[in-house]
Design a binder for this molecule. Structure first.
Ligand code: Q46
Ligand code: ZN
Ligand code: ZN
Length: 307
C-alpha cells in the first residue's frame, strides 16, 4: 500500500476518499482539509479571536494543534469536571491539556467546577432530577454554560469544539430515529451568535474519528486515551458501533449521510432551529447574568444552588 502522492509506504488508507497517504502527506492533507472546512462553512477568518474547548483528548488537542499550525489566534479552555476513576480521569486529562499548551506557548484557561462552583459533576448529578442520576445531562449543560460564559467574557469571536464526523453522525442518527425535528434542526457545523450566546463552530465535523486519531499519533501529540467512565453504555456509543459496522460494508456512508443531511437543511427540507434555551430568551439570571426564557435563576445556577 503506497502513498498516492509520493509512492512511499502509506500510513493511512481512506476508502471513502479513495486516498492513501504516507505520514508526511497525511499530516499536510489533514491540516489543509481542516482549513478547507473552516472556509467552506465560513466558520471564521484569520483575524478571529478563537476559544477552543479542550478536553485533553485526541480530537480537541489535534484541533488546537492544527489551528496553531495554520496561524489562527486560538486560546484554549479546559473544564475540570471533578470526575474520578482508577486513573483519575479529570486531573490527568487536565495535565495533558496544560502540557500541550505549555509546550507551544499557548494560553489555556482552566475552570475547576468543584473549586469554582462548589460541587463536582458527579455530586451535582446526584442532587438533580436531570438524567436520573447519570451525570451526562448535567455535565453537558454545565460545559455549555461555562464555555459560553468564557467566550462572552473573553470577547471571543467564536467558540470551537472538536466534534468529529462519528460524533455528529451518532447524534444525527439518534435524532432521526426519534424523528425529533427540533433537535435535527439544531445540528449544524456553525451556529451563529445570538444575544448572550457565542458563535459556535465544529471544524472537525467532516473527519472520521480514525482520522483524528491518526493525526494525533502521527503528529506525536500525547493525549488521554481513557474515555470518561460515564460514557460506557451510552446510546451514542451503541449508535457508533452500529454505524461503524455499516461503514465497513459501505465505505463513505457516514460522510454521505452527514453531507446529505446538511444539503437537506440548506434546501429547506429540514427547518433550522435555535437551541431551546436561546428561544425568546429575554430575562436575565439574577446570579450569573445569562439570558433565560423564564424569570429567575438560569438552569445552570439552579443546579449549583440545589441542596
Ligand atoms: S457528558 Fe457524560 Fe461526557 Fe460529561 S459525564 Fe463524561 S461522558 S464527560 S462528553
Ligand atoms: Zn507521500
Ligand atoms: Zn445563572
Amino acid at each position: 500500500m503506497n502513498c498516492h502522492r509520493c509512492n512511499q509506504k502509506a500510513a493511512i488508507r481512506m476508502p471513502h476518499h479513495r486516498l492513501q497517504l504516507c505520514k508526511e502527506h497525511y499530516l499536510a492533507w489533514f491540516i489543509e482539509h481542516t482549513d478547507h472546512t473552516i472556509r467552506h462553512y465560513q466558520m471564521f477568518d484569520r483575524s478571529a479571536h478563537i476559544l477552543v474547548a479542550v478536553s485533553g483528548g485526541k480530537d480537541s488537542l489535534s484541533l488546537w494543534d492544527v489551528l496553531w499550525r495554520l496561524g489562527y489566534q486560538a486560546d484554549g479552555m479546559y473544564i475540570n469536571l471533578g470526575i474520578q476513576s482508577e486513573d483519575d480521569y479529570s486531573n490527568r486529562s487536565q495535565q495533558f491539556a496544560t502540557d500541550f499548551a505549555r509546550q507551544r506557548g499557548l494560553k489555556l484557561q482552566v475552570v475547576d467546577v468543584a473549586h469554582d462552583y462548589g460541587k463536582a459533576i458527579p455530586e451535582v448529578a446526584l442532587s438533580s432530577h436531570r438524567g436520573r442520576g447519570k451525570p451526562c445531562a448535567v455535565c453537558g449543560l454545565t460545559k455549555r454554560h461555562i464555555m459560553n460564559r468564557a467566550a462572552n467574557d473573553g470577547h471571543y469571536d467564536v467558540l470551537v469544539t472538536a466534534h468529529n464526523l462519528d460524533d455528529e453522525v451518532a447524534v444525527l442518527f439518534g435524532n432521526a430515529l426519534a424523528w425529533d425535528a427540533d433537535l435535527l434542526g439544531r445540528q449544524a457545523p456553525v451556529l451563529e451568535a445570538r444575544p448572550g450566546f457565542a458563535r459556535k463552530a465544529k471544524p472537525f465535523c467532516r473527519f472520521y474519528e480514525r482520522e483524528t486519531v491518526a493525526y494525533a499519533l502521527l503528529q506525536q501529540i500525547p493525549y488521554i486515551e481513557e474515555e470518561c467512565p460515564y460514557s460506557v453504555g451510552s446510546k451514542q456509543l451503541s449508535y457508533k458501533t452500529l454505524l461503524n459496522n455499516l461503514e465497513e460494508e459501505q465505505p463513505g456512508i457516514k460522510l454521505n449521510y452527514y453531507v446529505n443531511f446538511l444539503k437537506a437543511c440548506d434546501s429547506g427540507l429540514i427547518r433550522r432551529h435555535v437551541p431551546e434555551e436561546e428561544d425568546e430568551a429575554s430575562n436575565r439570571c439574577p446570579s450569573c447574568g445569562q439570558l433565560t426564557t423564564a424569570p429567575g435563576l438560569c438552569a445552570f445556577c439552579k443546579l449549583f444552588t440545589q441542596a
